[in-house]
Write a new protein. Structure first.
Length: 188
């Protein structure tokens, strides 16, 4: 259906964004990146396309680029608007780069803006765990598990999260997963 929509209107930024999301979920990350870049070229003021591109770039193991694209999307957002998705992407990028203070600050914003997303709390737990703020890390992890009790171990989280490049998974193991372990998440 998406391909038909694009065939009908090849200049639809939203259809390109939807196809980019589908390609990301299929772990076809280079194709996802191209679709989001096309969406941005077609509609340069469409802020969510920047955040979605940022997520794909994180999964490609390019956290610096992910942060830059997400920041562009935030600048396009009206002042005072909550943008938890962008904060999540930027937090994850900073966490993968081991920029802990930035990762914690952005994860807190993401949690405040969207408190029902387990992943924002898990990122906060990982960042706090790496930052040796273990009591807060445990509390954030408990909140993540309360929201998604089925994702209570790194093995279950990995089985659920089937996308990402080898570079992403290497970066993740050395940062996010290490932080989650410090916060109390078991491997199995």
């Amino acid at each position: 259906m998406l391909l038909q929509a694009i065939e009908h209107d090849p200049n639809s930024a939203r259809a390109r964004g939807a196809l980019g999301l589908l390609r990301r979920l299929q772990n076809r990350l280079d194709e996802s990146r191209i679709e989001f870049e096309t969406a941005i070229a077609l509609a340069p003021n469409y802020a969510p396309a920047y955040w979605m591109l940022g997520t794909t770039l994180v999964l490609l193991g390019q956290p610096e680029a992910a942060i830059l694209e997400s920041e562009k999307g935030v600048r396009l957002t009206p002042p005072g608007a909550a943008v938890p998705v962008a904060y999540t992407v930027m937090s994850q990028g900073h966490l993968l780069l081991d920029h802990l203070d930035e990762a914690v600050e952005l994860a807190r914003k993401a949690c405040a803006g969207s408190p029902r997303l387990y992943y924002t709390h898990a990122l906060l737990a990982a960042a706090l765990g790496l930052n040796d703020e273990l009591d807060e890390a445990r509390a954030a992890l408990a909140e993540a598990i309360k929201i998604r009790p089925d994702l209570n171990s790194l093995a279950r989280l990995r089985a659920y999260t089937t996308w990402g490049s080898p570079r992403y998974w290497a970066l993740r193991e050395n940062t996010i997963n290490r932080g989650l372990r410090r916060a109390g998440m078991p491997d199995d």
